[in-house]
Ligand binder design. Structure first.
Ligand SMILES: Nc1ncnc2c1ncn2[C@@H]1O[C@H](COP(=O)(O)OP(=O)(O)O)[C@@H](O)[C@H]1O
Ligand SMILES: [Mg+2]
Length: 256
């Protein structure tokens, strides 16, 4: 059984058909990519799968269970982790606490423990801190642990988001333009981080990008979305040479 199966999903915003007849199968450990020009519907697909929007039509199965209609927090708790294209961080919270807070959403230690600081609570706190440091190390930003996010560059903030997503122990990680706002050097680093994360946790990863080169290097297969429709799907090699894809991009991103 596939980990995630999206079947014939269509979504309208008012009169606008943002996604049409979309299908996806994701197996455990697989890395797949979704590319397409701005406004193609990529983020909408993430929002449909993660429960932010409810599809107008179609089915979404996670481990065989239909998740259409569940709340985003319920879907997250089942093992679907994500980052946002527009960063969702708090200006006055430091980097370490961002990751710890993401983890707290996953555990409970009961009202009594929360008030009186039972031993179980202290142990959990220590474990959470250790995990948070480990994740910061993994994404290469441990040295920023004490800093408020206000003053940090995009490249670092995107990594904070990734550490937060990983703190919930997802089975699938959805990354929405993880290189947005990054310079070429940060882009190469991000590629390496994604490889390491994939290796360490053996997650399935679904990656949105509009930089072709980035997805080409990371993904086993790629879908190309244009005006809400998948116009081509295949290996990086097939996608790169597909005339429909080249036309959609007018050649410009292919050489980037
Ligand atoms: N919440 C919304 N309400 C109305 N229209 C939306 C909303 N979100 C996205 N859209 C529209 O849906 C289309 C696809 O947007 P989006 O999924 O953000 O594209 P992409 O991520 O590929 O750039 C665009 O035309 C966009 O304006
Ligand atoms: Mg988008």
């Amino acid at each position: 059984m596939p980990l995630l199966e999206v079947k014939n999903v269509t979504h309208y915003f008012g009169g606008l058909r943002a996604v049409h007849n979309y299908n996806l199968t994701l197996e455990p450990g697989q890395i797949r990519g979704l590319i397409g020009p701005n406004g193609a519907g990529k983020t909408t697909i993430f929002n449909l799968i993660t429960g932010i929007y409810r599809p107008s039509e179609g089915e979404i199965l996670f481990n065989g269970q239909n998740i259409v209609g569940l709340q985003p927090y319920q879907i997250a708790a089942m093992g679907l982790g994500r980052t946002f294209q527009n960063l969702q961080l708090w200006r006055h919270v430091n980097v370490l606490d961002h990751v710890k807070m993401a983890r707290y959403s996953k555990i409970t230690y009961g009202l009594v423990g929360a008030f009186f600081g039972t031993r179980k609570r202290y142990r959990e706190e220590a474990e959470i801190e250790e995990l948070a440091y480990h994740l910061l190390e993994l994404v290469g930003i441990r040295r920023y642990a004490d800093q408020l996010v206000t003053n940090l560059p995009y490249g670092i903030l995107r990594r904070v988001e990734m550490a937060r997503a990983l703190a919930t122990e997802p089975k699938v990680l959805f990354l929405d333009e993880p290189t947005a706002g990054m310079n070429p050097e940060e882009l190469v680093q991000m590629m390496e981080i994604i490889r390491q994360v994939h290796q360490e946790f053996n997650l399935a990863i679904f990656l949105i990008e509009h930089r072709m080169k980035f997805v080409m290097e990371l993904c086993e297969t790629i879908q190309t979305l244009v005006f809400g429709e998948v116009i081509a799907e295949g290996t990086p090699e097939q996608i790169q040479n597909d005339p429909r894809v080249i036309e959609a991009y007018l050649g410009k991103e292919l050489v980037e």
